[in-house]
Design a protein around this ligand. Structure first.
Ligand SMILES: *Cc1c(COP(=O)(O)O)cnc(C)c1O
Length: 375
């Protein structure tokens, strides 16, 4: 069986976990958390990074920081993970969905402006598969309407758009270190703070609404409840694992680049002949090799292919089911036919096995089996 995803140790993970215990600091904001945050700040050129317990929690923090409340509208792609949207809906926001581009599967910037109303409070693009959204246009529209951007950069760590790091376009951006992401500690995330006026309040929100972080820096003489918040902080045990992976980021990214490129070149002829779409990466985007997907001509063909692959021992998985058509999405007025490209991708997109330790032999087998499929 060739799995879709498989978590693997890449370097010093176990050694650093032991070190976290030797440090006698395994709760949040310990030495490994600080190392991860500094590394991310330096690599990305972000003024302030806070590790969080997940990307979902970083998104919830973003909604709290932007003071999103009942009646506010926030704009999203519908082709995304639940929590991109749920984080804002938790604060009472009404989600407004935009369709995606048929080539990059990213939020379609040409359809964005018509979704803006007097109640719009934020725009949340998702860099699907780690390929940057058209940030020039999205930023221009956001600036024109004086709206903050929050980038859900769960797939896009170390990717670039026109030479600028993904995660540095929004006032805030979020990362995920979930098991399925390029760099992982099982469950984890980060909030990237590009506008430093959010930094103090972000620390408070992450520390249960207290000024505990300032207390530990000796800036106040006792800590107390000062704002709303929750426990959004990452254990230093997980930060230890994360630091070991971040140290090996070039190795990880090179492995993934090799896997992605091998799929792309080996599948091109077959895909052309079968009318199957392969990923498109604009030349001004440096992608992160987060996943390899193909787009089949119909839902029926995709389901047949999933079954065919499974019978031959290869696990492939579809991706997001459009949020506007979910039970919750329908409560906000979503209807079939609203977002045709999103609906087609929900039906037709399929992801192939892709993980850091995928061997060439296993990948060859996936490619051989896949190219044996004729619709
Ligand atoms: C994985 C993912 C999330 C959620 O990340 P968690 O760390 O599991 O909370 C959010 N948005 C996108 C686009 C994702 O892929």
């Amino acid at each position: 069986m060739i799995d879709f995803n498989k978590p693997t140790l890449i370097g010093n993970e176990l050694h650093y976990i032991a070190e976290a215990f030797d440090n006698s600091h395994v709760s949040g904001d310990g030495p490994f958390s600080k190392k991860c945050q500094t590394l991310l700040e330096n690599e990305l050129g972000v003024p302030k990074v806070l590790l969080t317990s997940s990307c979902s929690h970083a998104l919830e923090m973003a909604a709290l920081l932007l003071k999103i409340g009942p009646g506010d509208e926030v704009i999203f792609p519908s082709f995304t993970f639940v929590t991109t949207v749920n984080a804002f809906v938790l604060r009472g926001a009404k989600p407004v969905f935009v369709d995606i581009r048929p080539d990059t599967v990213n939020l379609n910037e040409a359809l964005l402006e018509e979704k803006i109303t007097s109640r719009t409070r934020a725009i949340v693009p998702v860099h699907y598969a780690g390929v940057g959204c058209e940030m020039d246009t999205i930023q221009e529209i956001a600036n024109h309407h004086n709206l903050p951007i929050v980038e859900d950069n769960a797939h896009g760590l170390f990717g670039k758009y026109k030479g600028k790091n993904l995660g540095t376009f929004g006032v805030l951006a979020t990362q995920s270190f979930h098991e399925t992401k390029n760099i992982s500690c099982g469950e984890g995330g980060a909030l990237l703070i590009n506008q430093t006026e959010f930094s103090d309040r972000a620390e408070i929100i992450r520390e249960k609404g207290t000024n505990r972080s300032r207390f530990f820096r000796g800036m106040v003489d006792k800590y107390t409840w000062v704002d709303i918040g929750s426990s959004y902080i990452l254990s230093d045990i997980l930060a230890a694992v994360l630091y070991a992976q971040l140290e090996q980021k070039d190795l990880i990214q090179n492995k993934r680049k090799a896997i992605w490129t091998r799929y792309f070149t080996s599948l091109q002829n077959w895909a052309d002949n079968q009318g199957i779409q392969l990923p498109y990466v604009p030349s001004h985007c440096e992608q992160t090799y987060h996943m390899f997907y193909i787009v089949l001509p119909s839902l029926k063909i995709r389901q047949t292919l999933i079954k065919y692959l499974r019978e031959k021992g290869v696990i492939s998985v579809f991706h997001y089911q459009p949020l506007h058509l979910s039970d919750m999405g329908k409560q906000f007025g979503g209807k079939l036919g609203d977002l045709p490209v999103t609906e087609r991708m929900g039906d037709c997109l399929l992801r192939l096995p892709f993980y850091n330790a995928l061997s060439e032999t296993d990948q060859d087998q996936v490619i051989d089996i896949l190219t044996g499929f004729k619709r």
